[in-house]
Design a protein around this ligand. Structure first.
Ligand SMILES: *Cc1c(COP(=O)(O)O)cnc(C)c1O
Length: 354
């Protein structure tokens, strides 16, 4: 099976697993796991932030960040196509008493300043209104095709958030992919956010974990909230050790994923009945549509799966394919052969909707 549903399917490499048995461990709830400390120090240094904290997931990383920034009854300005708004089970509402103000998302993942401006009440002293307490950006933007927000745009939103005296949080799950696409160090992206989270468990191929980064004071708050949410982990060095391996050894190879995504998009673009815009492929994601009327996206996905290519729909009937360390250039060519064959023969009978 050629697994293209997500880069979360990446398995830890043999070398990555080999660093676990020798990792020096302690109790991280006491702040005494040296391997976790080493990971947090390295991540903070790479992203140019004062402090970092290891979290069990990206979802908890975003939730704890929102709770650290936002008082109860305030609202967070967040894109209407973001992971935070769509895929995180409404956590900030439930756990933080924080209201989401969904902002329309442009096709390249941007939120327009004018749309952000509309979320601010004319009269902030009027007690009827919930007040904004945080602006969130997602970068790269998952549901908008893995698009990367330009640095000048980030600077513009940062200046806007400062003019409103609000912090800016970046859900930068795949920040290393963004940095690669822009050919800049990750710190150039991170400098525009007061806090960020990135995932170790996606393209970086670590089995578990995300990092939250920000000021010392902010990370102290997240440390307490992480414990409250049940995310305090004891000998978390067993997670931190492979994550350290990822940060030191798995970043440069992301270029292969980007090249493979481009190769896939160029191939799909030539297949009759498929619409794929190669110019929109900036990172390790390829979005495409089935325009052949014999297919629905469902019958396409099932037919492709039956033939050995696993993809998934990701909003508005678009299909997403994600490249990662488990996918070679040969897999891409093989996937293109299979998809070409599926499109020529039409939906498989066994896959028809009943
Ligand atoms: C995957 C992802 C998350 C959530 O991470 P989990 O570890 O799956 O909880 C958050 N934001 C974005 C943009 C993601 O892609």
């Amino acid at each position: 099976m050629i697994e293209l549903r997500s880069d979360t399917f990446t398995l830890p490499t043999k070398e990555m697993l080999e660093v676990i048995p020798t990792a020096v461990l302690g109790d991280d709830v006491y702040g005494e796991d040296p391997t976790v400390k080493e990971l947090e120090t390295l991540a903070a240094r790479m992203l140019g932030k004062d402090a970092a904290i290891l979290m069990p997931s990206g979802t908890m990383a975003n939730l704890a960040s929102l709770m650290a920034h936002c008082p109860r009854g305030s609202k967070v300005l967040v894109g209407d196509e973001t992971d935070i708004y769509i895929y995180e089970a409404g956590g900030a509402v439930v756990c933080g008493g924080i209201m989401y103000e969904p902002i329309p998302t442009q096709s390249d993942g941007r939120l327009r300043i004018a749309d952000l401006e509309k979320a601010f009440p004319d009269d902030a002293s009027d007690p009827q209104f919930a007040l904004p307490s945080l602006i969130c950006l997602e970068n790269p933007h998952n549901r908008k095709g893995g698009r990367v927000l330009p640095l000048d745009y980030l600077a513009e939103v940062k200046a806007f958030s400062e003019s409103k005296h609000l912090p800016l949080h970046m859900d930068a799950a795949r920040i290393f992919n963004a940095a690669l696409a822009l050919d800049v160090p990750v710190s150039e992206i991170a400098q525009h956010a007061d806090s960020l989270q990135f995932c170790l468990s996606k393209g970086l191929s670590a089995p578990i974990g995300s990092m939250v980064l920000g000021s010392e004071r902010f990370i102290e708050k997240v440390y307490r909230i992480r414990k409250m949410l049940g995310g305090g982990m004891r000998q978390a060095g067993v997670i931190a050790a492979p994550a350290l391996f990822s940060l030191t050894n798995m970043v440069n190879r992301l270029a292969d994923d980007h090249a493979n995504a481009r190769r896939l998009a160029e191939g799909l673009n030539k297949v009759e009945g498929i619409e794929c815009n190669v110019d929109e492929v900036e990172t390790n994601m390829v979005f495409f549509r089935i325009v052949d009327p014999r297919f629905t996206w469902q019958t396409f996905v099932r037919s492709a799966f039956h033939e050995g290519v696993h993809v998934a729909e990701l909003g508005h009937g678009r299909i997403r394919a994600v490249t990662h360390s488990g996918i070679t250039e040969r897999d891409i060519d093989c996937a293109l052969d299979i998809i070409g064959r599926v499109m020529r023969s039409g939906p498989m009978d066994l896959c028809q909707d009943s």
